[in-house]
Design a protein around this ligand. Structure first.
Ligand code: N01
Length: 542
């Protein structure tokens, strides 16, 4: 049996929930299809101990409904996964959205039929849906990298992936744990496992620059002030480069004598989280000299915190600060002072396989384990979309069309894929995700509104607009020496963490969140220039 909706939305995280609300405003019937058993997306799947936001709670939430902003009481500056998941459940119930969300439903096929101007969406359970508008809301970091190491089947202990963490608590007490991966996930998990396990061996390929999170409880007065100031907060996120509620530093490195740079970094280090990056120097990510000074500042902190000099050396990155997405941590470096924690570099001594009893490296050493934890990261931006097998007018899947490089219009639409919209799609910015999603959904809603008002039912970017946008994204990356340097550091910004993934492609809009919002507004002000709106009957093939 096939059910028809005006819109099918794939994914029940920030993008899916926000899109569902928008379709309500548009008067469309809509169904969210979500693979998990509940809402939350990233915050449903990534339930490893220690998982918490590293964006401040009051901006990492739904901005579109002031009632939600006022009624939800965040308890911490950076809330943990259970609180974010609870917030999602509250939000969908408060907005009465749950009845339009179908859980345990994984989409594995989306095909556009030009004759009827509909999308057919199929699921792994054999259900099918048809719809006019298809919105992918699968998240930029959904498809987790599976452990590529041979021999895992023979391992006699337990193993788990952080991105598919079991709902039941995992007991590390008294166990030997080997943990692979020191990205933002590993950085959050390591201190928690270190506290509980008998022995923790961390296998690190590339070190990261970890700045203290400085999480704290939100006192009632602070929370009340936040709630009073939401207009100002959302105005700040409109213009801040990463869509955070922060002001620019209004300070370039040239404004401060070099021998005083460390005082500025001290203030950022104390402020915690992304404030180190965004409230120190406004040219930190473009000026390599001040960037190197920031890098050396963090390296000196590592050397001061970690007692064993050899371990400290291994933890010190040598690439640009921001060349990989910098994680935020709580007692991360301190964990390596514990007697039960050992850091092993696999940079030049790669993991070869998993044995019955542990993880083997190229030199033959086996690190014994009762539990192996894989925090290996994601096939970002295109991975989850590829799993949906989205086929456009010429029958090609997105991954076929995008070989060797994705080209989109505004990271939201693709020529040859009418009425298909992506959230956190390739060539959208990496920034405070809920805010980027909110702006992108407003853009989609505006396009559908325009279609409704002019009597069109086919919305599609022109090939020229998509090609021009792709060139624009390439140019923005070309300017960015620091981000580009991540190629040699397996940066997922560049697809360099996934073997065989195209390196000629540009996966993100690197012009900053505010730049992207400006471009979205520009397109809307020009009556959606770059998108074509047509009436399907005019181009009916039958
Ligand atoms: O993934 P990652 P993540 N052998 O790709 C290592 C967001 N996030 O899940 O760096 C050995 O950063 C890999 O090594 P290398 C955030 O945006 C947000 O940690 O490639 N090691 C790396 O150390 C973040 O950036 C939050 O050399 C291997 C690790 O696995 C993004 O998600 C919390 C290996 C993967 O790190 C991804 O973070 C968590 C191999 N064969 C995540 N393969 C918050 O908001 C991979 N690695 C708080």
């Amino acid at each position: 049996m096939t059910t028809h909706y005006d819109a099918v939305i794939v994914g029940g995280g920030f993008a899916g929930v926000r899109s569902l609300w928008e379709t309500r405003q548009l008067g469309l019937s809509a169904r969210v299809l979500e693979a998990g058993t509940s809402v939350g997306g990233t915050w449903y799947w990534n339930r490893y101990p220690g998982a918490r936001t590293d964006s401040e709670a009051w901006t990492y939430c739904f901005s579109f409904d002031d009632k939600l902003c006022q009624e939800w009481n965040w308890t911490e500056r950076f809330p943990g996964q259970p609180e974010v998941e609870a917030y999602f459940n509250h939000a969908v119930d408060s907005l009465d959205l749950r009845k339009d969300i179908q859980f345990t439903t994984r989409v594995n096929g989306c095909t556009y039929d030009e004759a009827s101007n509909t999308w057919t969406v199929s699921t792994t359970d054999g259900e099918t849906f048809t719809c006019r508008y298809l919105i992918s809301a699968t998240g930029l970091l959904h498809l987790a990298l599976k452990p590529p190491f041979p021999g895992l089947d023979s391992f006699r202990g337990e193993w788990m992936m952080t991105a598919k963490w079991p709902k039941e608590p995992v007991d590390f007490a008294g166990k030997k744990v080997v943990l692979i991966g020191t990205g933002a996930t590993g950085v959050q998990l390591i201190p928690v496992v270190a506290r509980d396990a008998a022995q923790l061996t961390v296998l690190q390929r590339t070190p990261n620059y970890v700045v203290p999170t400085r999480n704290h409880a939100l006192e009632p007065n602070h929370l009340a002030e936040i709630k009073r100031n939401y207009d100002k907060i959302w105005a700040q996120t409109d213009v801040q480069v990463f869509a955070f509620a922060m002001d620019a530093a209004n300070r370039m490195s040239t404004d401060v004598p070099k021998d005083q740079w460390n005082q500025v970094f001290d203030a950022g280090w104390e402020a915690g989280g992304f404030r180190f990056l965004f409230e120190t120097f406004d040219d930190l990510l473009v000026n390599t000299e001040v960037n190197e000074a920031a890098a050396e500042y963090v390296r000196n902190k590592i050397r001061a915190i970690v007692k064993d000099p050899a371990t400290a050396d291994l933890l010190c990155p040598t690439y640009y600060y921001g060349g990989k997405r910098p994680p935020m941590g709580t007692h991360y470096y301190e964990s390596f002072n514990r007697e039960n924690v050992k850091l092993v570099s696999v940079a030049n001594n790669a993991i070869t396989d998993v044995t019955e009893t542990g993880v083997r490296l190229a030199d033959g050493t086996v690190h014994e384990a009762d539990v192996i934890v894989f925090a290996l990261g994601f096939d970002a931006m295109t991975g989850a979309l590829a799993q949906m097998n989205v086929r456009g007018t010429d029958g090609r899947t997105l991954q076929e069309k995008w070989n060797p490089e994705p080209a989109t219009f505004m990271g939201i639409t693709v020529d040859g894929y009418p009425n298909f919209f992506m959230l956190s799609g390739p060539q959208s910015p990496f920034a405070n995700i809920p805010v980027v999603i909110d702006k992108s959904v407003k853009f989609i809603g505006g396009a559908i509104r325009k279609a409704q008002s002019v009597g069109a039912d086919v919305i599609e970017p022109t090939a020229e607009a998509a090609s021009a946008y792709n060139e624009h994204c390439k140019m923005l990356l070309d300017f960015n020496t620091i981000i580009k340097s991540g190629t040699s550091q397996h940066s997922w910004f560049l697809g360099a963490n996934v073997e065989g993934k195209s390196q000629s492609a540009v996966y993100f809009y690197f012009g900053g969140a505010a730049g992207f919002f400006g471009e979205l507004n520009g397109v809307m002000e020009k009556d959606f220039e770059g998108l074509s709106f047509s009436k399907h009957a005019d181009k009916a093939v039958v």
